[in-house]
Write a protein that binds this ligand. Sequence first.
Ligand code: ARG
Length: 578
Amino acid sequence: MNIRQLLSDKFQAAMIAAGIPEDCGPVVAPAKKAGFGDYQANGAMAAAKRMGTNPRELAGRILEKLDRGDMIEKVEIAGPGFLNIHLSEGWLAGQLAAAESDGRLNIAPVAEPQTVVIDYSHPNLAKEMHVGHLRTSIIGDALARLLEFQGHKVVRQNHMGDWGTQFGMLLAHLSDKLENNDAEVALADLEVFYREAKVRFDDEEGFADRAREYVVKLQGGDQQCLKLWKQFIDISISHCEEIYSKLNVTLKQGDVYAESQYNDDLPVLVRELLDRGIAVEDQGAIVVFLEEMADKEGNPSPMIIQKKGGGYLYATTDLAAIRYRANTLNADRILYVVDARQSLHLQQAFTASRKAGFLPETVSLEHCAFGTMMGDDGKPFKTRTGGTVKLASLLDEAVERAEKLVAAKNPELDAAACAEIARKVGIGAVKYADLSKTRTNDYAFSWDAMLSFEGNTAPYLQYAYTRVRSIFRRAGVEPGQLKGEIQLGTAEERALAIKLCQFGEILDQVARDTFPHMLCSYLYDLASAYMAFYEACPVLKEGVGEAQKQSRLQLCDLVARTIATGLDLLGIEVMEKM
Ligand code: ARG
């Protein structure tokens, strides 16, 4: 259920009935301040301007035509022509009752499901996963979960970097290890393996040449070499899978569609673009000149798709990927959860693929860009000695830190329970800290801020969840046993009810705009509204009548389930106690 949409439909219909042109929108939004109703419709002003009439008078005409149904209690005209909407208590209570008896919280799957391809995580297998892959993995996974919950068909694409010159060095090193029969040991710790290979590449006489020979052999399709490469890739992927499972990211082996899988298509694609005159030869390279992205002087933006020596580029693979996703995967939308610094590259790929007609015009290509993770010093996040931070060790540290906090907060927990809670709190904190920030900005990574039990953090929401659940333990009832009508007599109950009813519209908004922080802000506001309700409205105290208790327990249960569902869509777990 999407209140905003329902109201928009009602006001739009009233505007049309009042003779206002159809393209004048009703501009419905939640009220910004208490005292201005629950929602506002602000479209009368712009419409009046267009029509050259008085906005307050036009607002009055809209109201005459408005079908309030059982949803709207009253509407007031305010200021120059704002319409302040008060929702009816009975309607709100009815929506909550529907949510309480529905496993999906009264959120129906979308009427028109789309196929949404999401390109995320995509580590380069010539390196161990490091913090640079954290944001894409977390944000991409949240979007995948949320769109799936909405009923869309989500196709996860882990566009792993498994091809390129760096592999020559690794294969040369691996082949030596195989000769000495210690390949298995060497690959058990990939980090060490990469480091050894790099040292040899830099220092060992003749090794760099052998590495280059391997690149040529690999690209030439040498069977022996491909076998070695495959062995290396498989092990690297299984290392990534360990991280995904630690991080509670849903990517699986089957979601890997790596760069090398487009190799066969690259010569075909370049040939086709040349034949059609979309690409041209320029100083020995094959280039697509994009007038669509020309600079101020009018010079088209050049996108090289084949190097002088014949090699293909990152861009070539991305063109092939777009074609595959649109035509083989039948995507309606393709989301690229990729670092903002790749924005030019993606814009070129998008523009060139449109120019080449690689995808139906209706398919939307979206770069869900994100900024850089910064350290306390305001510079990109690094280890103390300036190295890249391994993802595996970052996650371990999160859990260790959480364990100390959880043990201090609740000394009665046994070690196993404490460890399990710490895992959820630590991983949840890292993920939420990222997701709660506007993704397009850089953000400062801070252990203290993310692990705080105060403010807009995962521990705060997880704690709010456990507090609600403890009420049920004290009451000795299960949510399924609650009965009776939901009453919204106090201002706090009413405010909480509206928040609860807004869950659906927030999900729609995140699905459309791909900004998960909106869901985080919502959950934080919901938890705050719950705290205010809990202060003002006793639930289990003596003297609370049975009907009121049943009603308030239902509100409690809806809060717990909304928080748990919201966090789950962000890939964060809850616990019964902490
Ligand atoms: N592997 C690339 C990198 O780490 C990111 C791939 C992004 N996806 C894409 N289709 N280009 O830089």
